[in-house]
Design a protein around this ligand. Sequence first.
Ligand code: UD1
Ligand code: CA
Length: 476
Amino acid sequence: MTGNNLAIIVLAAGQGTRMKSRLPKVLHPIGGRPLVGHVLTTATRLQAAHIEVVVRHERDQVVSALTADYPDAVFVDQDDVPGTGRAVQVAVDALPEDFDGDVLVLSGDCPLADVDTLSAFLAEHRASGAAATLMTALVDDPTGYGRVIRDADGDVDRIVEQKDANDDEAAVREINAGMYVFRASTLRRYLPQVGVDNAQGEMYLTDVPGLLRRDGDRVAASVVADVEVTFGVNDRAQLAEVGRRLNARIVRRWQLEGVTIIDPATTWIDDDATLAPDVTILPNTQILRATTIAAGATVGPDTTLVDCEVGEDAVVRRTDATLAVIGARATVGPFSFLRAGTVLGAGGKIGAYVETKNAEIGEGSKVPHLSYVGDATIGRGVNLGASTITANYDDVHKHRTEIGDEVHTGSHTVLVAPVRLGAGAKTGAGAVVRKDVPAGALAMSVAPQRNVEGWVEKNRAGTGAADAAARENSAE
Ligand code: UD1
Ligand code: CA
């Protein structure tokens, strides 16, 4: 049904004035991808012989944002002539001259049209034998959309843009969704006849159906059952609305795959993320980019994972993590900050107020409280005492810390890198470790404690501390 006689044209040349943004509209992201990326993902799945993306506004930025992810797409530059009609015309001109299949036109700002909807739409067009088929929808509020005007027999007569509509036309609630199938030959014949004599001074693609009708050709309309697939993004309010709907779909898809999601409204999952059955997601959690979560893991509440890998039965609470690997049965959080290159082994722990970066933490090893661990390799069964810090930066270079298996550090140990602690080594509380510690050694660097008796009573007479000390000392 798809294949060699299908070309897909994705319109992405417009500025998106109503977004009031430096970023081209079609590059605004939802679900971890630019708006137009969703359209291209769907286009790729339809296996067309040609996928063309029409660009103009900030074309280099748009092209470089998409080329790597969509290698099958060909970028076509629109010239100075504005309008969707001109955009499609330059794309058709870029197709091989002998291409005479169907052309599916999609908008870069309508990301919710899915593969099933578009396959059905193509099938309907092919079955009808019409020269063109429009996707339309019946909506409560048609503001901003082109209106579909039908004749007395109920056939499509023409499309009228909002800005060109009279009151009767403006009252029509059937809208043009901006997705169409045309025969390539139809576009080659009719686009040159489209002018710019309208309220916006643009070449409207939406003039083509009227021209076909004038010549006695039939234009079919496919009214979608689910209006949502036609929703476009023209301003930031619609960006949020379309983003929310995309997220709701993704959440539901994973729920049906066996994931418990307690609060869909506050759970955000990007399109590229993967969740296994029996994962539990607690409220206020963002599972972003290519994050994967294995079976039985619990993530959240209040957690953001970007490109992370979470192992089976791991627990990650109130955590912010990017490019981190969390092993099976490991626990992370609350209030942990895992930066790129953190690899926590199976059964390990990263606890409260701990920041990690470029750190391999071995199986069963724990960094439970108030630590910074950066540029470190840590063996198995290690316990870093509260507030152990790797001092990895000497103002010029970053250095590594190596910690062998079964090392235990005392509270408030500072490991001044580069430094190595051999297997089974220990450090005393407050140790500042500047030299390697041999396996099994105890490293202490703090001077022995000296008590100056009576100091407070003598030097702080009259304070609460001096009075309290006097009371305790006289009671003895
Ligand atoms: C368009 C339709 C309207 C329809 C609506 C559906 C026209 C004239 N109007 O209006 O009937 O109801 O979509 O969402 O087609 N673009 C280009 N080159 C241009 C202008 C636009 O590539 O010169 C691209 C834009 O980047 C965008 C798409 O075409 O992705 C639609 O343009 P937009 O300005 O959003 O059209 P609408 O006013 O929404
Ligand atoms: Ca639009």
